[in-house]
Design a protein around this ligand. Structure first.
Ligand code: PMV
Length: 355
């Protein structure tokens, strides 16, 4: 696959104004993307569950103008602090969507999860915006196929925030070239639809340990992989883990699933702790939750699995059939380690949707 494929090449921009709305979910990586090269090319491949309840709804209003301009509104209120990131994104995608130069935009966005939950909104937010922009492209070029539409949206979303490219597709999604996934690519995410039924309705309860702003952003963390002493081994390990995880996903082998997913979460944080400068995003309560989950899992012979993203919150993953056990553990014990006793119940979802 070549970036040329994603260049919009129509001369004429015939539509004067309009609006488009998309809902796009967050996602949680099972094999983690950590480290990038050049313009948002992943240093290693990753795979994620697309979530359902944690999502962003974005309406993009556009009007013909002399040049590109935009305003961001969050829950109806102008939010100028979001604008530098969006400006960077729009400037980056211009060479693939030259039509944006002819419009003044209003970006209206809202999340279903609270801003101060410590859950990154970049995956859902940037994928929703990328889908809206691709919708404009479709109104300007009717020849676009359904397949190309999603590919282009994933391509654009990646340029905003790497992991956002996976949110375009449902259920399980791979991003980054890997030999076990034939059509995988560094430029766009691709859906993986060969998984066992047990993963179709997997649950993710997000235990909100720390709702504050992260001390180190993921952009800084990715960059620290450039001179990381273990980078080479880590990138190779991610390839191997992805290949092993694929087999477990196909066969429904939950024990292997747990072993790989938990090792990936701890490796991600080990990379942070061994960066120069080093940093720690886990909190004491993150570790308390992990210990409790491991004890309870052993005692009841369950498949409750923890994973982490670049923060202190714990994602508790489990098959739907173990929901009662999971909720019992959460409400009788884990809740004490969550800020204001808060958690979010989510599950594997069906991906982005035009609304
Ligand atoms: O997409 P970014 O740049 O916010 O990086 C996401 C990194 C992790 O969430 C830690 C891992 C992943 O693959 O989503």
């Amino acid at each position: 696959m070549n970036v040329q494929k994603f260049i919009f090449d129509k001369e004429e921009v015939s539509i004067n104004d309009g609006e488009t709305s998309w809902k796009s979910p967050s996602n949680i990586a099972l094999v983690k993307y950590w480290g990038k090269i050049g313009e948002q090319i992943p240093a290693n491949p990753s795979i994620s569950f697309t979530l359902n309840n944690c999502h962003t709804i974005t309406t993009l209003k556009y009007k013909k103008a002399e040049s590109l301009s935009f305003k961001v509104f969050v829950e109806g209120k102008r939010e100028e602090s979001f604008e530098p990131k969006i400006e960077k994104f729009l400037n980056r995608i211009k060479k693939y969507c030259s039509f944006i130069d002819y419009y003044a935009f209003e970006i209206h966005t809202q999340n279903t999860f609270p801003h101060s939950s410590g859950i990154a909104s970049s995956a859902s937010g940037l994928s929703a915006l990328a889908l809206c922009i691709t919708s404009i492209e479709k109104t300007l070029d009717h020849s676009i196929t359904e397949e190309y539409f999603k590919e282009k949206a994933s391509f654009l979303a990646r340029l905003g925030s790497g992991s956002a490219c996976r949110s375009v597709y449902p259920e399980l999604v791979v991003w980054g070239k890997n030999k076990s996934f034939e059509n995988s690519s560094d430029l766009v995410a691709v859906p993986f639809d060969g998984a066992h039924n047990v993963f179709k309705d997997f649950q993710d309860t997000i235990l909100l340990v720390d709702k504050g702003q992260k001390v180190v952003s993921s952009t800084v963390g990715h960059n620290l992989m450039h001179h990381h002493p273990f980078a080479k081994q880590r990138f190779e390990q991610a390839h191997q883990n992805l290949e092993k995880l694929k087999e477990a996903l196909v066969s429904g082998d939950l024990k292997t699933f747990t072993a790989i997913v938990e090792s990936e979460a701890l490796t991600l944080h080990a990379m942070m702790m061994t960066s120069d400068p080093y940093f720690i995003l886990m909190k004491p309560n993150t570790l308390k939750i992990i210990e409790e989950v491991w004890d309870y899992r052993k005692k009841h012979n369950l498949n409750l699995t923890i994973t982490l993203d670049a923060g202190a919150n714990v994602h508790l993953l489990y098959p739907k059939s173990e929901e009662k056990y999971a909720m019992n553990l959460i409400n009788s014990s884990l809740i004490q380690f969550c800020e204001n006793k808060s958690y979010i119940c989510d599950e594997v979802g069906s991906g982005s949707e035009e609304i």
